[in-house]
Design a protein around this ligand. Sequence first.
Ligand code: LLP
Length: 422
Amino acid sequence: MHHFSYRGGILHAEDVPLPQIAAAVGTPFYCYSSATLTRHYRVFEDALKGLGATICFAVKSNANLAVIRTLVNLGAGCDVVSGGELQLALKAGCPPEKIVFSGMGKTEAELRLALACDVGQINVESEAELETLSRLASGMGKTARIALRVNPDVDSGGHDKITTGRKEDKFGIEWTLAPALYRKARALPGIAPVAVAVHIGSQITQLAPFEAAFLRVRDLVVMLRADGIDIRHLDLGGGLGVPYDHTSNTTPPSPEAYGAMVKRAVGDLGCALTFEPGRLIVGNAGILVSEVITLKESTTRKFVIVDAAMNDLVRPAMYGARHDIIPVKEARAGDVAAVDVVGPVCETTDIFAKGYALPPLAPGDLVAFLTAGAYGAVMASTYNARPLIPEVMVQGDHFAVIRRRPTFAEMTALEQLPPWIE
Ligand code: LLP
């Protein structure tokens, strides 16, 4: 459920009409609803009641400080994957002990930063990283609380490009190799192996792959405990999907069903649990608002050319993802035609939807791309020298710009000509 709805024929974010924001900040822009963020966080928290759960928001899904701070104020921790994200989480006010540092290839500088900040947990992805961390931690007189991120060899059933838990994926440590590495970790200076971590992918729309992965984790915990390694903490990752496209019949499992499955799979182990949701919290809490630049008809296609493009929202171009598109001015029922909604970037793949049913639109009309809060603004680029677009947050009947559009001077401020060019 989200708080973007038509009132008096105009799409609103909570109590604010979107044309009002468009007039103030220009298009395109991202708009987040803080009531929706709060609701999603609370629904997930409720679904995990009684499981001793900490929800560490996956900062990679939306790294805006206002978004992170909204969630931190509700009690969230943060899941970070780089030194930059770690600093963002701290800047947003996240207590270090509620930060989990995940990530495939952490540099020594990033590991040192994490140790210096005393983050709650570091998720180790390889034997080499474990050795490096031990050397750095003991050198700094610290003990790193670690999980090994295990690769359970489970196919998440989601999009190939965002599946992470198969044996051939680059992520994690093969689960069959994990017991030996835990034994090694126990013996290393500066290392406290306290947890097991797993994350099998993103936009997962069935419970079965999660359950299969969590049961593997369960077996591992039992095995480790028998070996005297007393695991009392599990990090079960993120990945629960959200509905994107009203034309597909996929309905992701509810947070309640997910919570019940978690309880079934690992609820009796006596472990505290960490979750790392990103999309589930912020996906439907954000939209991208764009203006129609012009229309074009060929003998076979009708194009609606909008001022947002693949550099602003790359998911359609990158993963073939579909975001629902709706007009900001509510249309009369039935009054639709099949159009291709495209951006102005000089790439054939800069297309948001093909043969998509939309009411008649004219230049200057606004459209909204739904479910754009996760992996939207964070994945934007300035391709075609297009400035990053503003982000706006709404709460009730007011809104605030939470990242403004840079000027051309700001966009180019870091560039300089080498001395040999006149
Ligand atoms: N934890 C780890 C270790 C992760 O790698 C990820 C996402 C998450 C948590 C959060 O997953 P979520 O709950 O948001 O599914 N750019 C892609 C998604 C990439 C996900 C990367 N890892 C997209 O736009 O679909």
